[in-house]
Write a protein that binds this ligand. Structure first.
Ligand SMILES: Cc1cc2nc3c(=O)[nH]c(=O)nc-3n(C[C@H](O)[C@H](O)[C@H](O)COP(=O)(O)OP(=O)(O)OC[C@H]3O[C@@H](n4cnc5c(N)ncnc54)[C@H](O)[C@@H]3O)c2cc1C
Length: 456
């Protein structure tokens, strides 16, 4: 018998289980999740006609894996409201519309940028000079901040790009690696010499991305994966360690009997994988520990019959890091997606950096943001606070090399596979691709070594 144990019931682990189940001779599949629910970061909650996404709320279609998996599972996709596309940037008390096409951090169209009140004439000319700048001559890793300042100048970076980045990847852009975080942006520079030129060529090829969700929220994907019989799912099973045995791996579980497996897929954050692999390979453990993580908190504010001081004609607003508040972004959820609030209701989700503030302080900052940006001072119908400690990996300088090294090290641990958002992409499509890849690697190993089995 071949048994694959998957550790972690987030979207990565579930995608791995699903891919194993699709194979012609599926192994025995056991998925171990330490919490009492599946989904990991994905967590939808319904309350009084409101639909809250505590974690992700949409996925990109530029990377097709989430799209394809939903279609395969028969889940209808939901588009974001196209007539409200766009985001605002808050500087001081004012909201300024981000130039159209800026959501991918590179100005997609020149005219909206030139007409934006956010940049001075000098700043605009500096952005245009990007068309003439030569690409970087060497390929050493460069920070996101350095890269965008080099291409577009400091002014465009701090007024436009940095706040957008805060909403997407967060973290300290002077430490984040452009090569690991945005390889597609880097490739525009090497391929076209200029990002502006590259983007304009690409938009004529109609390759831009869209956002999708699911009408019942993203947890519907988790429920659908769970219901297609992806194997034996055991909740409240925390894996504490693994040990190599003659037949494969012995998986230690807190307060439970250990489990034998031919293969183990670790679909958990790097810091958790480090703890689990501690006795297996000290170098692997060290590399996993070196992946930095960032924490954040999602606050939901639900309102009934309030009138904001401005038109809600975008998906939300982002706040520059130099502003004093911990608030990084505010999604106007019931504007971005239909079905997020009942008639007469409005739903907002506010993302704050860190998890350390008390609930009271979190709420106070979130409500102050609503008052400042949208003039909403009314008491919310209800609120929710959801903390994500060490949930988002930081692709810091040298990340791509660290991941290569990790892959080298793991290849010497037969039957052990890593998957998750710290490897090569943080979005849901990346995690699905990653989980499926780990599952296929386990299956390939079985095909190459048919004698790999457990007794009984
Ligand atoms: C606030 C927030 C907003 C986001 N927004 C978006 C978005 O809009 N679009 C997008 O595409 N992506 C978004 N992301 C990123 C995306 O949601 C995550 O990268 C992805 O869901 C991670 O999935 P995962 O399965 O790899 O990890 P996780 O979701 O972290 O799941 C790992 C699971 O492993 C379990 N586990 C850990 N250790 C053990 C152990 N020892 N034993 C057993 N189980 C264990 C955990 O309990 C957890 O359930 C967002 C993330 C966050 C936090």
């Amino acid at each position: 018998m071949k048994r694959v144990v998957i550790v972690g019931g987030g979207v990565t682990g579930l995608a791995a289980a699903w891919a194993l189940r699709q194979t012609s001779a599926p192994p025995d599949i056991v998925l171990l999740e330490k919490n009492n629910r599946l989904g990991g970061c994905i967590h939808t909650e319904h309350c009084d006609g409101f639909l809250m996404e505590h974690g992700p709320d949409v996925f990109l279609t530029r990377k097709p894996e989430a799209n394809l998996l939903c279609k395969e599972l028969g889940l209808p996709l939901q588009k974001t409201n196209q007539d409200r596309r766009g985001v605002y940037l808050r500087h001081g008390k004012e909201l300024y519309r981000a130039p159209e096409g800026m959501s991918g951090l590179v100005p997609g169209k020149i005219w909206p940028l030139i007409s934006s009140p956010l940049l001075s004439l000098r700043g605009k000319l500096r952005v245009l000079a990007e068309l003439l700048l030569p690409p970087s001559a060497d390929d050493t890793d460069e920070s996101v901040e350095h890269f965008f300042c080099r291409r577009f100048g400091r002014e465009a970076y701090s007024t436009l790009i940095e706040p957008l980045l805060g909403g997407l990847a967060g973290g300290d852009a002077s430490r984040l690696s452009i090569k690991a975080l945005m390889p597609h942006v880097l490739s525009l520079e090497s391929r076209y010499g200029s990002l502006l030129l590259g983007i304009s060529r690409r938009s004529t090829q109609k390759t831009h991305s869209s956002l999708r969700s699911l009408p019942g929220g993203l947890s519907s994907l988790v429920t659908a994966l769970e219901s297609v019989n992806v194997g034996s799912i055991r909740l409240a099973h925390e894996v504490t360690g693994i040990k190599k045995t003659a037949e494969g791996w012995k998986v230690g579980i807190a307060e439970q009997e250990s489990l034998q497996a031919t293969d183990v897929i670790l679909a958990v954050p790097a810091w958790s994988a480090a703890r689990i692999t501690d006795p297996v390979n000290p170098e692997l453990n060290k590399l996993l520990q070196s992946i930095a993580y960032r924490s954040g908190t999602m606050v939901h504010l639900a309102y009934h019959r309030v009138t904001p001081s401005r038109a809600l004609d975008a998906y939300g607003h982002l706040i520059a890091r130099h502003e004093t508040s911990s608030v990084a972004a505010c999604t106007w959820s019931s504007v971005k997606l239909n079905g997020r609030a009942p008639a007469g209701g409005l739903l907002f989700r506010i993302y704050l950096r860190g998890t350390d503030l008390s609930d009271e302080a979190m709420l106070s900052q979130a409500r102050a943001e609503m008052a400042l940006a949208l003039g909403i001072t009314a008491e919310p119908l209800f609120t929710r606070i959801h903390r994500f400690p060490a949930a988002l990996p930081q692709y810091t300088l040298g990340h791509a090399e660290r991941v290569n090294e990790l892959r080298n090290k793991i290849s010497s641990c037969e039957g052990l596979f890593l998957a998750g958002n710290y490897l090569d992409g943080m979005g849901i499509p990346d995690c699905i691709r990653n989980g499926i890849h780990a599952a296929h690697s386990a299956v390939d190993r079985h095909q190459e070594n048919p004698s790999v089995t457990l007794e009984g």
